[in-house]
Design a protein around this ligand. Structure first.
Ligand code: ZN
Length: 248
């Protein structure tokens, strides 16, 4: 039952990556998103070291968008060698960079993804209206992955219309995840991915522990419950979707 963990910050986890990959016997490959120039370089190094099992990305997280002018050239220099652009996006929950600066950084990274024809990994927290507006007017929806999707049904339907793919993480399995499960009900399985967001957001029964790629199956099991299908079917369809989205 092979899975693809489409968002796994292996390079931000203090533990040896080979240990986490060895334990993840049911994960055929994973995406290790960069969140700045340094972690994008580290992601590329992991992809070189582990070959087919790790896809690298290059991008700047919205938290650090204020440093986009300083980091842009280096991230751009890696962009042709990675499997996706991001993680970028908007985070109006923590607001660690000014909102207009987050938007400018996101728009530049969208441009890179469009020019290079690569998938775009989008972080969206408390910023549904703005992310929707920006994805709409850049027409980048069909190559966008909305990572750790937490939107309600109304936003889910609106984003579905833009052609995006939704990546579900641990919160879909949380006891408090009812809103996300109700959203997942309206997502056609061929538009869904699974991720761990390692080392964050470990699903039950591991809440509070550092997450790891092996636990992506617990996220998939939660989706199987929502859709009323076998867990194996979720593994198969989400892996097929990941291969399509990331061009593998
Ligand atoms: Zn992330």
């Amino acid at each position: 039952m092979p899975w693809v963990d489409t968002h796994c910050h292996l390079q931000l986890d203090g533990r040896p990556p080979e240990t986490l990959l060895e334990r993840a016997t049911e994960v055929s490959w994973l995406v290790a998103p960069g969140v700045d120039a340094d972690s994008s370089r580290a992601s590329l190094a992991l992809a070189e070291r582990f070959g087919e099992r790790v896809v690298a990305t290059a991008g700047l997280h919205p938290h650090d968008a204020a440093s986009w002018p300083q980091q842009r050239a280096e991230i751009e220099s890696m962009a042709t060698r990675v499997g996706a652009i991001g993680e970028t996006g908007l985070d109006f929950y923590r607001d660690l960079s000014p909102r207009d600066v987050q938007e400018a950084s996101l728009r530049d990274q969208i441009e890179m993804a469009i020019v290079l024809g690569k998938p775009l990994i989008v972080h969206c927290r408390d910023a549904f209206a703005d992310v929707h507006r920006i994805l709409s007017d850049t027409a980048v929806g069909p190559q966008s992955v909305l990572h750790c999707w937490t939107g309600g049904r109304r936003w889910t339907k609106r984003f579905l219309d833009l052609g995006v793919t939704f990546s579900f993480a641990g919160p879909v399995a949380f006891e408090t995840g009812e809103t996300i499960r109700r959203s997942a009900e309206v997502v056609p399985p061929e538009r869904a991915l699974v991720e761990t967001d390692t080392p964050y957001l470990a699903p039950p029964p591991h809440r509070g522990e550092p997450n790891e790629p092996a636990w992506v199956a617990l996220v998939g099991a939660a989706l199987a419950g929502v859709w009323g299908v076998e867990v194996d079917e979720v593994a198969a369809i989400t892996s097929e979707n990941a291969a399509r989205v990331f061009g593998r």
